[in-house]
Design a protein around this ligand. Structure first.
Ligand code: AP5
Ligand code: ZN
Length: 216
């Protein structure tokens, strides 16, 4: 399957994507995680992305689209993938459509995670991620690690993301409403969108998402 996950910052896209990708045996492709890995490794791409991310702005399309396409072209993504955080504006959605058509492929579903803004703010405020791998995600109250400050997956140190400060979060939410939300209508026109509530236990949201993907 080829799936796009969309939803505001802090909706739980990354959290759900890891479970869904495992259930469906497809790779989880997160542009945010790819950028953070590049920043950790000090690559030129990471240096280009860093300032935009710190400011809560979108990284320019020229950089983002190329990076996403190279990742989708890797062998493990040949039969499907779960995109998390891409596309994030109309230009990226159109580039993805064209890229898939060129390869004779298409998206199967777009899952829209709906969460009230006050919940998103609480989720982001308590989020802690792993120094070794930003896809290892915890929450100090909702999904705490077994040992405070230590990643359950790899033992790495947990810390608060640079862009999770309050004023940057406000900026990211504004960018989501103005730039990203319009892609939902773009995909509604293609009949691909299912909206599910992302409130409740992580496992309950995964069940809802799996039901939506199976067409029930
Ligand atoms: P990115 O990393 O994609 O961030 P985001 O979209 O803002 O989403 P988040 O990672 O904040 O949240 P999430 O929905 O994954 O929630 P999570 O699962 O962590 O992008 C960061 C930046 O990179 C962008 O601002 C931009 O600069 C750049 N970028 C990335 N992609 C780009 C693109 N395509 N174009 C241009 N620029 C791009 O969950 C949040 C917290 O809640 C966690 O603590 C989690 O444990 C907890 N939680 C999750 N589910 C539940 C639940 N059901 N109940 C209680 N707590 C929960
Ligand atoms: Zn870890």
């Amino acid at each position: 399957m080829r799936i796009v996950l969309v939803g505001p910052p802090g909706a739980g896209k990354g959290t759900q994507a890891s479970f869904l990708a495992e259930n469906l045996s497809i790779p989880h492709i997160s542009t945010g995680d790819l950028f953070r890995a590049n920043i950790n490794q000090g690559t030129p791409l990471g240096r280009q992305a860093q300032e935009y991310m710190r400011a809560g702005q979108l990284v320019p399309d020229e950089v983002t689209i190329g990076m996403a396409q190279s990742r989708m072209a890797e062998p493990d993504a040949a039969d499907g993938f779960l995109l998390d955080g891409f596309p994030r504006n109309i230009a990226q959605a159109e580039a993805l459509d064209a890229y898939l058509v060129e390869g004779g492929r298409q998206l199967d579903a777009v899952l829209d995670l709906e969460v009230p803004e006050d919940e998103v703010v609480k989720r982001i405020a308590g989020r802690r991620i792993c120094r070794n791998d930003s896809s290892h995600v915890f929450h100090v109250a909702y999904t705490p690690p077994e040992r405070e400050g230590v990643c359950d997956v790899c033992g790495g140190e947990l810390f608060q993301r640079d862009d999770d400060r309050e004023e940057t979060v406000r900026k990211r939410l504004a960018v989501y409403h103005s730039e990203t939300e319009p892609i939902i209508d773009h995909y509604k026109r293609q009949g691909l969108v299912t909206t599910i509530s992302a409130l409740g236990e992580v496992s309950e949201v995964t069940r809802r998402a799996m039901r939506a993907l199976s067409g029930d």
